[in-house]
Ligand binder design. Structure first.
Ligand SMILES: Nc1ncnc2c1ncn2[C@@H]1O[C@H](COP(=O)(O)OP(=O)(O)OP(=O)(O)O)[C@@H](O)[C@H]1O
Ligand SMILES: [Mg+2]
Length: 502
């Protein structure tokens, strides 16, 4: 594409906007002009006709003659008619008078209009007839053009309810037409200037729109190139403003996801490094013992201990591998769920028994406060796994402390609270604990239990699978409290149960 064609396609929208704006304005102006011309035209004729009616009435009043005895119509006085004819001729007004037998009895300046039979019918009924344009015969000396165009009114006059005469009175329309012509000319000039102004206004308006769109397009191009750190300056509260806001939200969330991907990747990399490191130690130990056994260099009395050591190390390796597999299974929805109501109190008592040894090794005490027969609607194995993980963490991160485990029935489900007075976490650590491979403190890597940083990521996924909710409150140096909610049925949690997980 050449530079020019590129520019043309780029500005296409602007021209389209300009054109539509211009078309609307021109159409509006044409409609207004037409109706203005029409109204003016009508009112000009109405005024002319009113004047003609008055002229006709006054000339009849001047010249009509009555029989003094009968008080009946007697005819017209010619001298008065002629005076009127002369006076009116100065104003370009001409008239003719007809009697009831449709004979012309007087004409001023040879003005002889023809009255059609249909008009005679109306006149006899007493109606005044208005004829907008006609070309009646007028003597050469008063006609301004070879075909004089006049507007005429035919006015009937009655005496004692009897039609006695009809006056046809007319004036040339040329002055009216001149006025009209002038008005049209003025309108045309106004139309021209309005057109120019419209073009300027539509250019400014369209340009402001296309500038905003172009800005958006340029930034979109940057996003396609992978630069999510772009934001639009938001201008206006219109649709383009909304689009800009959505665009900014989009880039912000893209940036977040990108950061999230990087974070995950970094953790995965770290975990791989950790895992390799963690695996090397037990594998080296196992290999050493196996070599010792192969060359029979381990004293008989140490053999049992060596085998126990190997067993412990392999268990650790298995746990590491299993945790990873578990998480992957849950994540990819390959996990089976068999939800039913069962006795959670019994499970918790069992767990307490299992974990008491670990707890006392750290000087911890587990306090269980659960009503007998407390029911929970969950998958049995997953419930055990969830509670085991949380309580085990509490033991792991608490020294010489107390771990409270409480359970109770709440609206729509069952809630469990696991509270410890251990080392606690900072708000920053809290933000990340559900992440895979996350360990708040890298120096806690070689603790006795778990070290993959997968425990809570698995717990979180499992609780989600139950449409449940897990939250945690923690304060560094004070302790942590985990709250887990299991709904009573398969329904999805209502909105008010969603919330900040910290
Ligand atoms: N009760 C707690 N008190 C203080 N910190 C905790 C507690 N529970 C979890 N954490 C922090 O959250 C991190 C993540 O816990 P998570 O259970 O996922 O991993 P982990 O216990 O380190 O390893 P594992 O996968 O073996 O459970 C822990 O490393 C710890 O820093
Ligand atoms: Mg753990």
């Amino acid at each position: 594409m050449t530079k020019l064609t590129k520019k043309i396609t780029r500005t296409k929208l602007m021209y389209r906007l300009m054109l539509s704006f211009f078309a609307i304005m021109v159409l509006l102006m044409i409609i207004l002009s037409i109706s203005f011309i029409d109204v003016t035209n009508r009112s000009m004729y109405r005024d002319t006709w009113r004047q003609l009616r008055q002229d006709s009435d006054s000339l009849i009043q001047d010249s009509i003659r009555y029989d003094p005895v009968e008080h009946d119509f007697k005819g017209f006085a010619t001298p008065e008619l002629e005076t009127n004819a002369r006076l009116l001729a100065h104003q370009d007004v001409h008239f003719a008078i007809y009697d009831t037998s449709q004979q012309q009895v007087f004409t001023s300046n040879g003005f002889t209009p023809t009255i059609t039979a249909a008009n005679w019918v109306k006149l006899k009924k007493g109606q005044t007839v208005y004829i907008k344009l006609t070309t009646p015969r007028v003597s050469k000396k008063v006609s301004r053009t070879s075909l004089p165009r006049m507007t005429v009114i035919l006015r009937p006059y009655r005496v004692k309810k009897k039609l006695v005469a009809v006056v046809a009175i007319a004036t040339f329309v040329s002055s009216l037409e001149e006025n009209m012509h002038e008005i049209k000319l003025n309108l045309l000039v106004a139309l021209f200037f309005a057109g120019v102004l419209t073009i300027i206004a539509s250019y400014i308006f369209s340009r402001s729109v296309t500038i905003r769109i172009n800005r958006l397009r340029n930034l979109t191009y940057q996003v396609t190139k992978g630069n999510y750190n772009v934001r639009l300056r938001i201008m206006g509260n219109d649709e383009i403003g909304d689009l800009a806001r959505s665009f900014n939200q989009m880039t912000a969330s893209l940036q977040n996801s990108q950061a999230e991907i990087h974070r995950q990747e970094e953790r995965r990399r770290q975990f791989m490094a950790n895992a390799a490191h963690e695996m090397r130690t037990p594998l080296t130990t196992i290999n050493g013992i196996l070599e010792g056994l192969q060359y029979d260099v381990i004293p008989e009395e140490d053999k049992k201990h060596s085998i126990e050591l190997m067993q412990n190390e392999t268990k650790r390796l298995i746990r590491l591998v299993n945790d990873n597999l578990n998480y992957e299974k849950i994540r990819t929805n390959q996990i089976s769920m068999d939800r039913k109501l069962f006795d959670a109190a019994a499970v918790l008592h069992n767990l307490k028994e299992q974990l008491t040894k670990k707890a006392s090794a750290k000087g911890d005490q587990i306090d269980l406060a659960v009503a007998d027969g407390l029911l929970v609607y969950a998958d049995y194995d997953h419930f055990v796994q969830i509670m085991f993980n949380i309580i085990q963490n509490a033991i792991q991160f608490t020294k010489n402390g107390r771990i409270h485990v409480r359970g109770k029935q709440v609206a729509r489900g069952t809630e469990f609270v696991i509270q410890d007075d251990g080392i606690g976490m900072t708000p920053d650590q809290l933000d990340n604990i559900w992440e895979r491979y996350y360990k708040a403190d890298k120096s806690r890597m070689n603790t006795k239990y778990g070290e993959s940083g997968l425990g809570l990521a698995i717990v979180h996924q499992l609780v989600n699978l139950h449409n449940g909710k897990i939250t945690v409150k923690s304060k560094i140096g004070v302790g942590s409290t985990f709250t887990v909610f299991f709904p009573n049925s398969d329904e999805v949690l209502p909105k008010d149960h969603d919330g900040d997980e910290n």
